[in-house]
Design a protein around this ligand. Structure first.
Ligand code: UD1
Ligand code: CA
Length: 461
């Protein structure tokens, strides 16, 4: 490809998104684990353009930061340009054109709030518009309310786009909707954009007003797509709908690849979550962020994992976990809470009403019920019985507990950190352990029981 013939995508993300009624810019709201802008940039990156320019507001509102954070996941360079005031989509494109390097000959324009877009849809637009002054995507929704309508003459030649608020009743009856995605010949576009005024119902510089002049020679083409690909998100109800659709697509792809999903309508898997073939997801499972689930694992029911790893054959039942590594063949739950820094090694077992944090539970070790294991290391094969607490906080600082391999810590033991129970040691039930226990020793740390005969007699009157 000649250097003067590159294609840039311009993503418009400087609008206010007032219908969201949110302090957060619209494009930073999330659906299925990614920001709206993240979804759009992923699709644009897959469309076959040479660079991406995102038009952002004067901020600082986090939009430019989000673009920078997404950059290393994209196959082409991405930069931002500031539109000083939200004076309309045409103004945003005017700002973008001035910022694009001279070798860019074609410009694709995409709004930042259409998370259902895919690479192939945009590639279809690029192809349809190739060698023409412009191409635009159109759809025919059930209800075109709110969209600009595509105007055609008697021969069907495109003559322009009119906004809902500027349309006559006859024009409003048209159902062919402009979805705000276009490809332009840059040299043809630039002077037409420069001439855009604000003589319309919203007092904005409309990008849609370039369609009439550029189509005048009959050299504009409309590429028709399914509304489900290009729907914009303008309020929180549409955001929820988009999330449902994005998760539905992701689950479909996972099932095609061999993942078992018992009830897709009640299984919530974010788009960046990976699940291997022959894993099974039971109802009520929510998998977020960078979570990875390996083959043969069973997750759920009612399990919420954020940024976790689940190893082969592990079973995680009715559990909340955040940034935890769950090894192969581990059993977790029901009703466990794994907090950040938890590592459960192969074959470990963490049972009901156990909370872990910043803790390693070694291979085959068991913490079967009602325990708190924080800032701790439990050796392979150790048994931490019911009701054991690592007393890790003295009111000022956190301290570590170490339980050696094969050690047995009896029920109801308080391990007052910093403290170490040696390998193979045995701690009697009900102990409060404040001093290290050597390997293979027996430790008993409790007051001896006293029995006073007859002293309770008459207690019930
Ligand atoms: C626009 C189209 C309309 C189309 C609809 C599809 C215009 C005038 N109208 O209307 O024909 O049917 O999209 O969804 O283009 N933005 C900026 N700077 C601005 C204004 C907007 O960057 O000054 C960005 C917004 O952040 C948004 C995108 O441009 O991502 C579209 O703006 P929006 O106000 O949502 O346009 P619509 O009213 O939806
Ligand atoms: Ca919109």
């Amino acid at each position: 490809m000649a250097a003067h013939d590159t294609t840039a995508a311009v993503v418009l993300a400087a609008g206010r998104g007032t219908r969201f009624r949110s302090a957060l810019p619209k494009v930073l709201h999330r659906a299925a684990g990614r920001t709206l802008l993240g979804h759009v940039l992923a699709a644009v990156g897959a469309a076959g353009v040479d660079r991406i320019l995102v038009v952002v507001g004067p901020g600082p509102d986090g939009v430019a930061d989000e673009v920078a954070a997404l950059a290393d996941r994209l196959p082409v360079p991405v930069t931002t340009v500031v539109q000083p005031e939200p004076r309309g989509t045409g103004d945003a494109v005017d700002v973008a054109l001035a910022a694009l390097p001279p070798e860019v000959a074609r410009v694709m324009v995409v709004p930042g709030d259409t998370p259902l877009l895919t690479g192939p849809t945009l590639a279809g637009l690029l192809e349809a518009g190739a060698g023409r002054r412009m191409g635009l995507l159109v759809a025919v929704p059930e209800d075109a309310f709110g969209y600009g309508r595509v105007l055609r003459d008697a021969d069907g030649t495109i003559t322009g786009v009119v906004e809902e608020r500027d349309a006559t009743p006859e024009q409003r009856a048209l159902r062919e909707a402009n979805v705000g995605m276009y490809v332009f010949d840059r040299a043809e576009l630039t002077p037409v954009v420069a001439a855009l005024g604000t003589d319309n119902a919203q007092g904005e510089r409309y990008l849609t007003d370039v369609v009439g002049p550029l189509a005048a020679a009959g050299d504009a083409v409309a590429h028709v797509v399914d509304m489900a690909e290009v729907a914009g998100v303008n309020d929180r109800a549409q955001l929820a709908d988009a999330g449902v659709e994005l998760r539905r697509r992701h689950l479909r792809a996972l099932m095609r690849d061999g993942v078992g999903v018992v009830d897709p309508a009640h299984t919530y898997v974010d788009v960046d979550v990976a699940v291997a073939a022959d894993a099974t997801l039971l109802p009520g499972t929510i998998l977020e962020g960078a979570t990875r689930v390996a083959a043969g694992a069973v997750v759920g029911p009612n399990t919420h994992l954020t940024d976790c790893e689940v190893g082969e054959g592990a079973h995680v039942h009715s559990t909340r976990a955040d940034r935890a590594r769950i090894g192969a063949d581990v059993e977790v739950g029901p009703f466990a809470h794994l907090r950040p820094g938890t590592v459960l090694e192969v074959g470990a077992r963490v049972g009901a009403f156990v909370q872990t944090k910043n803790a390693t539970v070694g291979a085959g070790a068991k913490v079967p019920h009602l325990a708190y294991v924080g800032d701790a290391e439990v050796g392979a094969g150790a048994n931490v019985a019911c009701g054991v607490v690592t007393v890790n906080y003295d009111g000022r600082e956190k301290h570590r507990t170490v339980v050696g391999e094969g050690a047995f810590v009896g029920c109801g033991t308080m391990l007052v950190a910093p403290v170490e129970v040696g390998p193979g040691a045995y701690v009697a039930a009900g102990s409060t352990i404040t001093d290290d226990v050597p390997a293979e020793a027996l430790a008993i740390g409790r007051a001896r029981q006293v029995v006073k005969e007859g002293r309770a007699r008459g207690r019930l009157g």
